[in-house]
Design a protein around this ligand. Structure first.
Ligand code: THU
Length: 125
């Protein structure tokens, strides 16, 4: 089910994105199994490959606060282009479980999916 609270948090944090190169601002909000919410935005760099996506910012904030049991993540961009998570973020999300629900949203559209669907054959050690 669509989580309006996560949507509002992701939308708000997207305004904090540091995206002077792409101008594509993204916000993510992740909810833990015990109900805590962590948010993150994309942080770009003049050395482009050092950019951190919004999803990974949110996950790294949560993990560094001791949380790694996640229920769902919502990703938001106010651009017309839907912020489907990149391959690196799919792998990072999948590290924390196969059942994590993923909602991709912009102002016009919402797509509900799961990490299992978006990354069917994850790399595992
Ligand atoms: N980006 C995200 O933060 N999340 C996504 O789901 C897709 C891409 C960022 C990375 C970069 O700062 C900008 O969007 C353009 O690729």
């Amino acid at each position: 089910m669509f989580n309006k609270e996560l949507f509002e948090i992701a939308k708000n944090v997207s305004k904090k994105a540091y995206a002077p190169y792409s101008n594509y601002k993204v916000g993510a909000a992740i909810r833990t199994k015990n109900g805590k919410i962590f948010s993150g935005c994309n942080v770009e760099n003049s050395s482009y490959g050092l950019t951190n996506c919004a999803e990974r910012t949110a996950i790294f904030k949560a993990v560094s606060e001791g949380e790694k049991e996640f229920e769902e993540i919502l990703i938001y961009s106010n651009s017309g282009k839907m912020p489907f998570p990149c391959g690196a973020c799919r792998q990072v999300i999948s590290e924390f479980g196969d059942e994590i629900k993923i909602t991709i949203s912009s102002n016009e559209k919402i797509v509900e999916s799961s990490i299992k669907k978006l990354l069917p054959s994850k790399f595992e050690l």
